[in-house]
Ligand binder design. Structure first.
Ligand SMILES: [Zn+2]
Length: 250
């Protein structure tokens, strides 16, 4: 099974660390930009041949340069991953990587990030899930790349393939967590629609202030961004529209 090393990263609170995974000669998401953490990661990784990425967010790629410089490893990432370093191999959905300790299958799972990949250990229900789900904290879908339709489809896909999800933050989770995430997104969507139905046109900030008022410690800036992503999904279905004074039901 996967070796896991959690390294300190500039990630979204309450999470403080990102999980780096190792299988055979591959390390997935060498994440930390901090030199002392990069050194710890290098010693843990040992000789490796490839760095595989789940996605391009800063709390997943901060240690790529340092690990590549130390090991000579190649970087493998999806074509849509926008990263500030050389990618030696652009991964497509279904690609196989023989790590020497098992084969990893790339699953293109966008929605949280363009070019997001999950990695399934072939012949098993074990899936490295990146930021599809979290064992600690929450997953945010931020404009412009956050895409709720794609995210829901990605969750459904890993749910159909996985027994256990290995997230980037926090401990492994049963794959049924993906069902809870899907249900939660639909619940939030219904709550946002309810606000528009009862109050008329609203801005995303007003919707967030209403729905997240009861959520302890909610970050209303991030919450409003989530609302925008949900509204974009509803607009694509013709259920809401954006007007001069906010969003309203279509
Ligand atoms: Zn992310």
């Amino acid at each position: 099974m996967f070796d896991v090393l959690a390294v300190r990263t500039p990630t979204l609170p309450p999470a403080t660390h990102t999980n780096c995974y190792r299988l055979g000669d591959c390390v997935i998401d060498p994440a930390s930009p901090y030199p002392e953490e990069q050194e710890r990661l290098r010693r843990w990784a040992g000789p490796i041949r490839r760095v595989l990425l789940t996605h391009h967010h800063a709390d997943h790629i901060g240690g790529v340069d340092a690990l590549v410089a130390a090991t000579g490893a190649e970087v493998w990432a999806h074509a849509d991953a926008d990263v500030p370093f050389v990618v030696h191999h652009r991964v497509a959905d279904g690609d196989h990587v023989d790590t020497g300790a098992g084969v990893l299958i790339a699953l293109h799972t966008p929605g949280h990030a363009d070019g997001h990949l999950a990695w399934q250990l072939a012949g098993t229900g074990e899936v490295i899930a990146g930021d599809l789900v979290a064992g600690e904290g929450t997953i945010v879908l931020l404009p412009p790349e956050g895409d709720l339709a794609a995210y829901l489809a990605s969750l459904a896909r890993v749910r159909s393939l996985a027994e256990r999800l290995w997230p980037a933050h926090g401990p492994p989770q049963p794959a049924a967590l993906a069902d809870q995430y899907i249900a939660h997104r639909h619940l939030r969507t219904a709550q946002f629609v309810e606000v528009l139905a009862t109050r008329g046109n609203c801005t995303p900030e007003e919707i967030a202030g209403t729905v997240y008022a009861s959520v302890p410690g909610a970050n209303l800036t991030l919450a409003a961004a989530q609302v925008r992503t949900h509204l974009a999904w509803l607009r694509a279905q013709g259920r809401v529209s954006e007007r001069a004074n906010g969003w309203g039901l279509a």
